[in-house]
Design a binder for this molecule. Structure first.
Ligand code: NAD
Length: 417
């Protein structure tokens, strides 16, 4: 796993190098933007329920704050590595920039398996992690958020621990909080809703009618399940296949997204949903659909399966699902890949709204949040599409060009390079 994540990090750095060269940026800018500004590795001691103490490894990596305070989630995952967190932190800088938010990029993680931990152990882990990283985070420095296998409850414990250390309430230090302790309306489905806004724009550009368009979704957690609900209920798409870590299901006549959510809640997986046929995660990616949404983990679309993919639009709700080579191959074949830093930027956009609301203690309703989100995502998609058409490059390269040029300009204006 270490090697795989190191290879991913090297590929992220070479993509950045390429974009810096395409933008004709100077050597200093290129050298600074390709690596994180700060990296913290911490040992996180936790008293387990059986009375023993286990020490987990955690990270907080701050990639770039030229455009504003670092922003990025915290992931709890058994296969977390420093290199995965470096990639995710870099993508956050680019994501905030492409969405036009006044924020930089960071990311955190703990190597652990939350599925094997009790609620009490998870609370002690979350609080212990904050006790290790607190000097580096805060509303004006670095604002964490949830990511894979972290949820609003975990964020509430983290906010509470930070507030206890500081001696006063601090809703602006973290986002993704439950609403009663300073969360924003509209955060739950923000990533998926933002992704859906980009899919609507992509379909408009390609003149595809979304009504009845067939959709397959890999991953049925926060991002995947809300995308299924929104695409079926608000855009009229037919969800033909979905999956999770235990397997996939397919029904060419359409799956009821909410019923699948309820079934997964009850049984722990989408697998076995009544009236569906089983299929593997690999088969799902290659189904004959109009829209494919990778919404689980990184590295699932590679040169090994890119030529078998039949979708016309790929919306990357997950971070890093497509390798750089596969992205180019798909682009050459005319498949429109909406890159992660654009497609899933809805989450961080509403996180930004939550941060602003927390700083001012002034709360917006869901309709206000949705209107602002639609504006951010539509503008972001249009500026990336314009760059892509102007330079005849893929949407991913165009998104990187938009993002890097904004960060580079901020670094230059600050006198860093
Ligand atoms: P989640 O934990 O809610 O859901 C993850 C889903 O992926 C689960 O259904 C899980 O079973 C499934 N999964 C795990 N391993 C799998 C595998 N090997 N094959 C198929 N499915 C697998 O996480 P999430 O918040 O929905 O995040 C999913 C992706 O979206 C991640 O890449 C995350 O970084 C990205 N993302 C999420 C948000 C957000 O706001 N939730 C924002 C930006 C990006």
């Amino acid at each position: 796993m270490e090697d795989k994540s190191f290879a991913l990090y090297c590929s992220v750095q070479s993509q950045l190098d390429e974009v810096c060269d395409a933008l004709k940026l100077d050597a200093g800018t290129k050298a600074y933007i390709r690596q994180p500004q700060k990296e913290l590795t911490v040992s996180v001691p936790v008293k387990m329920d059986d009375g023993t103490t286990r020490v987990f490894t955690g990270f907080r990596i701050q990639h770039n704050n030229a455009c504003g305070p670092y922003k990025g989630g915290i992931r709890f995952h058994p296969e977390e590595t420093v290199n995965t967190v470096r990639c995710l932190a870099t993508w956050m800088t680019l994501k905030c920039s492409v969405a036009g938010l006044p924020l930089g990029g960071g990311k955190g993680g703990i190597v652990c398996n939350p599925k094997e931990m009790s609620v009490g152990e998870l609370e002690r882990l979350s609080r212990s992690y904050i006790r290790q990283i607190w000097p580096l985070v805060g509303p004006d420095q670095d604002i964490p958020a949830p990511d894979v296998y972290t949820n609003p409850q975990i964020i509430a414990w983290m906010m509470d621990e930070y507030s206890a250390i500081k001696g006063y309430g601090n809703p602006g230090m973290i986002t993704g909080k439950p609403i009663p302790v300073g969360g924003s309306a509209g955060r739950g489905d923000a990533t998926s809703r933002g992704g859906v806004y980009t899919i609507i724009e992509a379909a408009r550009h390609l003149k595809i009618d979304l009504k009845g368009a067939k959709v397959a979704i890999q991953g049925y957690g926060n991002a995947g399940s809300f995308a299924a609900i929104l695409l079926s209920e608000e855009a009229g798409c037919t969800i033909v296949a979905v999956s999770d870590s235990k397997g996939g299901i397919c029904n060419q006549n359409g799956l009821n997204a909410r019923e699948v959510v309820a079934y997964k809640k009850k049984t722990g997986s989408v697998a076995g949903f009544p009236g569906s046929q089983p299929l593997s995660n690999a088969e799902l990616l290659e189904l004959g659909v109009d829209i494919l949404l990778p919404a689980a983990l990184e590295g699932v679309i590679t040169m090994e399966n890119a030529s078998n993919i039949k979708a016309t639009i790929i919306g990357e709700l997950a971070n890093g699902p497509t390798s750089a080579e596969a992205n180019e191959a798909l682009h050459q074949r005319g498949v429109l890949v909406i890159p992660d830093i654009l497609c899933n930027a809805g989450g961080v956009s509403v996180s930004y709204f939550e941060w602003v609301q927390g700083l001012y203690h002034f709360w917006w309703n869901e309709a206000e949040v949705r209107t602002k989100l639609a504006e951010v995502m539509t503008n972001a998609f249009r500026s990336v599409l314009e760059m892509s058409l102007k330079h005849q490059v893929s949407l991913r390269k165009a998104a990187y060009m938009v993002a890097v040029s904004r960060v580079a300009e901020a670094m230059k204006l600050r006198g860093w390079v």
